[in-house]
Every structure is written in structure tokens, then in C-alpha cells.
Design a binder for this molecule. Sequence first.
Ligand SMILES: Cc1cc2nc3c(=O)[nH]c(=O)nc-3n(C[C@H](O)[C@H](O)[C@H](O)COP(=O)(O)OP(=O)(O)OC[C@H]3O[C@@H](n4cnc5c(N)ncnc54)[C@H](O)[C@@H]3O)c2cc1C
Length: 404
Amino acid sequence: MISTILIIGGGQAGAQAIDTLRREGFGGRIVLIGDEPELPYQRPPLSKKYLSGEMAADRLLFRHRSFYDEHRIELKLGQRAVRLDAQARQVALADGETLSYDRLLLCLGAASRRLTCPGADLAGVHYLRGIADVGAIQAGLKPLARVVIIGGGYIGLETAATGIKMGCEVTVLEMADRIMNRVVAPSVSTYFSDEHASHGVRIHCDTRVVGLEGAGRVERVVCADGKSHAADLIVVGVGAVAATDIASAAGLACDNGIVVDEHCRTSDAAIFAAGDCTNHPSPHYGRRMRLESVDNAFEQAKTAALNMLDRPTVHDRVPWFWSDQFDNKLLIVGLSQDHDRQIVRGDPASRSFSVCYLKGRELLAVEAINHSKDYMAARKLIAERTLLNPEKIADGNCALKEAV
Ligand SMILES: Cc1cc2nc3c(=O)[nH]c(=O)nc-3n(C[C@H](O)[C@H](O)[C@H](O)COP(=O)(O)OP(=O)(O)OC[C@H]3O[C@@H](n4cnc5c(N)ncnc54)[C@H](O)[C@@H]3O)c2cc1C
């Protein structure tokens, strides 16, 4: 009988798992262990409206304290789980307490990848992962402050857009030849580069940071091409690494994430994992992957919760992501790897277009820029593996859902 479920990690996945467990009628003991002191909260606004001050902290929370009380959730917040003994089915916390479980769910998330160049530990160098990171960044986003963002991915670019809105001088340094190069088509990178430039963000691609300099506090960023960029504040957004420390130390299989099966079960039958920390199979795409997205954490947590209650459920979602930069909404559905054809629908100059990726006649992924109709249609077409007509796709006047 399952009487105690422990959840480690009070982020998106941890919060969702609690919800599903109680909704599905689990009446036993649930303990949530989280090393952040806050109640579980949403991270996406941290680089968007919360950073700009347009959203209050209260609105970040998934649930207020009363929800956890009413649902008899034992909260151990501000507490790090430091050791997992899978054989004894016990978890040790930093304060010395040991908790036993029948089922354990690891929702450990990911940690910001750190710079390793000289000067990386100077004051004024920031990372953006949790609410605790925001205050210092916000304090530095003053009018005319020289803000250098290292990394032209989602978080870096969203922070750049917010910084400009707050009156800063913003420079983005990107090592690759274009921004968001791992996640979007060249035409989408170009569109967003132009958007940033038109708002005053300076973007330098093909630019590798080799050092940070300053007397105690960062004053400039030095690049491999010999150029340097004056900085009052630096925000580093160079990706994230799956948090696997306690899992790998306990002997669970880990490989760019905690390895789980399609039921979100780890290599130990009593331990499950969900969210950014997992390396999971995608039946739809026929390969393993690690994703960092709200939708993935939400859906995997639901699946893991059901399987922990011995209700066999398979996680097989077509992933989707979003990013907000200025007044643009980028929506991405599916994974474009393995495509053999790319079709742009609509004219980027109209500020509403999409890029479709096909393999043969099957749609693999769509990047929709201010075009929620194409995004919505693509979700269904991709999930159902509908075969499409490329000529109709290319015709911007034909609705994507009609391009069969
Ligand atoms: C600034 C920012 C903006 C983002 N914007 C978007 C967006 O626009 N769209 C989108 O889809 N996604 C976005 N994401 C990604 C999204 O927030 C994550 O994919 C999602 O939060 C993952 O949920 P999770 O539960 O797996 O991990 P998290 O939400 O990171 O939660 C993991 C929790 O576990 C805790 N933890 C780790 N180890 C331990 C331990 N040993 N003991 C106790 N606690 C532990 C961590 O401190 C953390 O609180 C953004 C992320 C960030 C940081």
C-alpha cells in the first residue's frame, strides 16, 4: 500500500504533481521538499513582467498557502534534500531530518550553466533562474545602466527586451552566428534580431566572451576578437544543466538528466522523475530528449503522479514552448530535427508569419510568430501525423489546417 509520497523540488512539476495526486483521490501523506523558501511559483514571468515590475510576487504563486493546508500537504520549504538512499527508501534533509517514502518523485529542475572564464565571480555578474535572482538584477536595471547579456537564447533576449523597456543600454553577446540558433529557423532569428535592433538592443553574434574585468565589481566584458564592452551589470543566459546530483549519487541512471521511461519511472521502481531534470523517451519522435518547458514539466508531473498511484499512463506529448519579446509572441510546437524541408508562411514584414518543418509530407514542427492560428492548427496536425500538401502550406492565404 502507498501511504507516503515524497516530492523533492517545489517548482512547476512538483506543484502539478500535488494537484494531480489529490485530484485523483490519493488520501495518504504528501510531503513537498523544496530548497527555495517560497511556495511553488511560475518561472516564466521572471524574465518578463515580474522583472519589469509589472507583475506582483503574489501572482507568481501556483497556489496560496491555504491550498496546501486544505489538502494536507506537508511543506518543507527552504530545505535541501541532500541524500537519497534508494534501498532504504529514505531521503535526508540538510537539517538532519530523515524521511521515509513508499513513492518518491524527483522534480529537481535545472540549474543555470555557469561561466568559467576569468572574472566570472566578480560582483555584478548575475544568473536568472529563481525569484531570489531577480532583486539584484532589477536593482541594476536603471535608466542608462550599461547591461550586457551573455547568451542570445530565450532568457537572454527576454531580459534584453525588459532591460530596454526599463531605459537601460543593452548589449547581447552571442557566440553562434545568430540568436536562438538552436531553437528557431534563420528567418526567425533575423526577425527577432531586427525587432531588438529597432528597440535599441545591440546584438553581436560570432562573439565569444573570454573574460570579465573590473576592480572587485565587473566593469567590462572582454571578447575573443579583442573588443571589450563596458558593463554595469551582466546577466548570463548560456543554458541550464539538469539537476541530478542526489539522483546520480544514489545510483539512479543519469545521462543528461535523470533517465526515465515513458511512465516517468527512473531506474528504481519506487522513484519517479518529472520536468527539466529528466531525460525521457518521446514515442512520437522515436528518441530520447531533455526539455526545459512549462508544458513538459506540467504534463510529465501528471503522468508521474498517475503512475505512482499504479494507474499506468504513458507520457507522449508533442512539446511546445513560448517566448515573449517586446510585443511579439513566439510559439513553437514540435521538434524540427530530421526535417527535410522548411516552408515560410506569410511575410515577416507583416510581423505575423510561421515556419513549417516537414519530413516528406509529415509536419514535424512549426514556429509561429504572432500567428496563434498556425500554432493551434499545427498542434493537432503534428499530433495526428496528418499528411500535408506543401504547396498549400506555402500559400499563406490557405489556412494551415486546410493544407491537407
Ligand atoms: C527566467 C525563466 C523564464 C522561463 N520562461 C519560460 C517560458 O516562457 N516558457 C516555458 O515553457 N518555459 C520557460 N521557462 C522554463 C520553465 O520555467 C521550466 O521548464 C519549468 O519551471 C520546469 O519545471 P521543473 O519543476 O522541472 O523545475 P523548476 O521549476 O526549476 O523547479 C525545480 C525546483 O527543485 C528545487 N530543487 C532542486 N534540487 C533540490 C534538492 N536537492 N532539494 C530540494 N529542492 C531542490 C529547485 O530549487 C527548484 O525550486 C523559463 C525558465 C526561467 C528560469
